[in-house]
Design a protein around this ligand. Structure first.
Ligand code: MN
Length: 307
């Protein structure tokens, strides 16, 4: 990885237009709603952020950051350390430091369920924004795979993945999906809140809070005082971090599964998944299929012709 040289320029709309034209052929996709455009010159990322009024911020990151920024410094209004603010949700105030957790894989027939919790401070927030961390569902897998290793290095986290054999065993023992999720979130949060007991704790809500704590009634230790919010990854930067780390970990696990079986595995639970599943079942049998999938999904019934 390139060293993390980061330079931020404040630029007028006139200069921004010039930069836009200059980097036009180096454009890369960035679905972050706060990003106007992003360009990649060799291993240096140049990101223009949407700002209010006339002044925009352009962040240069990577080995050539200093050189690229030097092309524009003279005309810039200011050269600064990052100061991009997270969007504040009117109803839910972001308190720092904060820990947030989210899960990935619960809608995918194939592959594990991964939960991750991330820790964000007021000071580390600009860096998170700079890396384009937002709701993982709005980010490309390529972007997540690119920044995943950087996030793991720079942000404290806790994560765990439940493989298919273990998940299927828990389901046979009578646990529902939400109980599985609750136990995983609690485990990740326990680990991280032990390191940062002063942090505010946020979670992407998947069940009413009373139900969430009910699922954990037999656990030895439970993290309490959590603020739950549906679509929490758009309200809380730490939940966004959790969602991206969980997605990154899920993708890495899928990659390992694919290497193991020697073919590409489709995600989700749609038609291409059914198609793949029935062929895999015909070739390798039900045990092999169950070993890489969630056996309670309707996809399995279809494969076995029960529907
Ligand atoms: Mn979620």
């Amino acid at each position: 990885m390139s060293p993390n040289v980061t330079i931020t320029l404040s630029v007028s709309s006139l200069l921004l237009a010039k930069m836009n034209a200059f980097y036009n052929s180096f454009r890369v996709a960035n679905p972050n709603e706060y990003v106007l455009w992003q360009a990649k010159v060799e291993d240096t990322l140049i990101t223009a952020y949407k700002m209010k009024k006339e002044v925009s911020k352009v962040v240069f990151q990577g080995k050539q950051a200093e050189y690229e920024a030097s092309l524009w410094k003279e005309g810039a209004l200011g050269v600064a350390t990052p100061s991009v603010q997270a969007p504040e949700n009117g109803l839910y105030k972001n308190l720092y430091p904060q820990i947030g957790s989210d899960e990935v894989g619960t809608g995918d027939y194939f592959g594990p369920i991964c939960v991750a919790a991330g820790y964000v401070t007021r000071e580390s927030l600009p860096r998170l924004m700079e890396l384009g961390v937002t709701d993982s569902k709005k980010m490309s897998d390529a972007h997540i795979l690119e920044i995943g290793p950087i996030l793991l290095k720079e942000f404290p986290y806790a994560q765990l993945c439940l493989d298919n054999p273990t998940y299927n065993k828990l389901r046979r023992q009578g646990l529902n999906m939400n109980e599985v999720k609750a136990k995983m979130h609690n485990a990740a949060l326990l680990k991280l809140t032990r390191k940062f007991p002063e942090a505010h704790v946020y979670m992407d809500q998947f069940a009413e809070s009373s139900l969430y704590y009910h699922y954990l009634q037999n656990e030895k230790e439970v993290v309490s005082g959590i603020t739950f919010k549906t679509k929490g990854e758009t309200a809380f930067p730490s939940v966004a971090l959790g969602s991206v780390l969980a997605r990154y970990s899920f993708l890495k696990h899928m990659d390992a599964l694919e290497k193991k079986i020697g073919e590409k595995i489709p995600l989700g639970a749609g038609a291409s998944v059914d198609e793949f599943a029935s062929r895999y079942y015909r070739q390798h049998g039900i045990e092999a299929l169950d070993a890489i999938s969630k056996a309670n999904f309707g996809n399995r019934k279809k494969v076995l012709g029960e529907e």
